[in-house]
Ligand binder design. Structure first.
Ligand SMILES: C[S@@+](CC[C@H](N)C(=O)[O-])C[C@H]1O[C@@H](n2cnc3c(N)ncnc32)[C@H](O)[C@@H]1O
Length: 433
């Protein structure tokens, strides 16, 4: 168990402080995607031009070159450790320039990854080459690889095509270098633009995916991930950069700022496209889960039952209001609590065979009940008990982007609906304290 340097209120962004090589082996969590912007080892006392001024290319002690073997050993070490943290169908993106990208490519192959693409990010506004002895450096490479040769990976082909005027997205991405508004929380010397990170996250992950960045810096990966409803763990050895990351996360906790940033991020055809897409994506993938209240002294008994009756709301002997969509629920999860205790999931979950609204006269044993109508929920099998589904529920996460009606029903101990993603999100955390 590692104490995170920072855990956001919504538990969607975690930061660890320290050497990535030492921290990675210390926690158990499998990620869906990794983005890494490792040191490029280009701080060789050279010069460049920034805003019309000659500046040193040196980024910091962490970026100093120590020779070819050192760079290879470094890349071999972190790539092996990160590979352990990847799900079998996960992919990894690594950005670089000529200083490190050949080493990274060679070691990926050596470790059993399969390279899928080498993206060229063509900067639309690069600094000029003032030596006039070679071409202007105006690109960075980003290698995309999957963990295994034979295990398929996820690629949102349709979205990428849509972003490219309905033509197949190429492996050359024309996106501007970082914009000043992205530096509102402080400066990192090699901060990546949100446009690059947003594109690669949307291309290779589904909503709620866990994304790891072992060289997090100012956590551009985390900010893009959270803006796209994905979760993030970042590691950096410099508190100065972690502090910038925290400020950036706090900025987008204000939903208005988050929405504004979604509109400002380059690489979309319209200003609204990013936002519309992520909201649509959540509702498309949402498996509906019925949440049924169960008194804590009844949990054991419920475990072997396969038919459940839940009160339907009534008014003047008529069913007045249903939890919207409950008849399409695919899973049933039992929660207990109440009377001053927090609501918590019991760990009991089952697949639903059918949900029917029934009058009490049609239910054996309930003919004389005060409740007129019930939902009869029939399960496919008896309940499974899952440790990961036990725990106190974060209500604002459970009902995030679900109408207020379900939240109210839940508070009255009536069956309510949530999405499977939100159920998991409302109780899960990374394997850190
Ligand atoms: C190229 S920068 C990443 C910038 C980041 N992509 C962003 O947008 O802000 C690399 C980062 O890795 C960190 N770093 C270098 N070596 C490290 C190590 N062994 N463990 C943890 N962090 C390290 C540096 O402090 C630096 O912030």
């Amino acid at each position: 168990m590692i104490d995170p340097y920072y855990k956001s209120l919504d538990k969607n962004l975690y930061l660890l402080h320290g050497d990535t090589m030492e921290l990675l082996p210390q926690f158990d969590h499998q990620f869906d995607m990794v983005f890494a912007d490792p040191p490029y080892f280009l701080s060789n006392n050279g010069l460049s031009i920034q805003s019309g001024k000659i500046v040193s290319v040196n980024k910091g002690a962490w970026d100093k070159s120590h020779g070819f073997d050192y760079v290879n050993d470094f890349n071999r070490k972190w790539l092996s450790l990160v590979r352990e943290k990847m799900k079998d169908d996960a992919t990894i993106w690594i950005s670089g320039t000529m200083h490190n990208i050949f080493s990274v490519g060679q070691i990926l192959t050596e470790l059993g990854f399969k390279i899928l693409n080498v993206i060229t990010w063509e900067k639309t506004n690069p600094p000029p080459n003032f030596s006039c002895r070679f071409f202007t450096h105006s690109s960075e490479q980003i290698i995309w690889a999957r963990k295994h040769e034979k295990v398929p990976h996820y690629f949102n082909y349709d979205l990428m095509k849509e972003l490219n005027d309905d033509k197949q997205m190429k492996d050359v991405w024309k996106l501007p270098a970082i914009a000043p508004w992205e530096k509102s929380c402080g400066k990192h010397p090699t901060q990546k633009p949100l446009s690059v990170l947003t594109r690669l996250i949307l291309a290779s992950t589904k909503p709620n995916a866990w994304i790891l960045d072992p060289f997090s810096g100012s956590s551009t990966t985390g900010i893009a991930a959270n803006l796209a409803n994905r979760r993030f763990l970042g590691i950096d050895q410099e508190t100065e950069f972690l502090e910038i990351s925290i400020k950036r996360k706090q900025e987008i906790e204000n939903e208005k700022t988050a929405e504004l940033y979604r509109q400002k991020i380059a690489g979309f055809i319209t200003k609204e496209q990013f936002s519309t897409f992520v909201h649509q994506e959540i509702s498309d993938t949402g498996i509906k889960v019925a949440l049924g209240f169960c008194r804590s002294d009844n949990v054991k008994k419920s475990k072997s039952s396969t038919v459940f009756y839940f009160h339907a709301i009534e008014g003047n002997n008529k069913v007045k209001e249903f939890p919207i969509g409950i008849l399409e629920a695919q899973k049933l999860i039992l929660y207990s609590g109440g009377r001053g205790r927090p609501n918590q999931f019991t760990g009991l979950m089952a697949d639903i065979q059918s949900v029917e609204l029934k009058h009490k006269s049609d239910i054996k044993g309930k003919e004389n009940s005060e409740t007129e109508f019930y939902y009869e929920v029939t399960l496919k099998d008896s309940f499974e008990e899952s440790e990961t589904l036990k725990g106190v529920i974060n209500l604002s996460v459970l009902f995030e982007k679900i109408d207020e009606k379900n939240r109210k029903l839940f508070q009255q101990y009536l069956p309510a609906l949530a999405t499977w993603e939100n159920v998991l999100k409302s109780i899960t955390a990374v394997g850190v304290a």
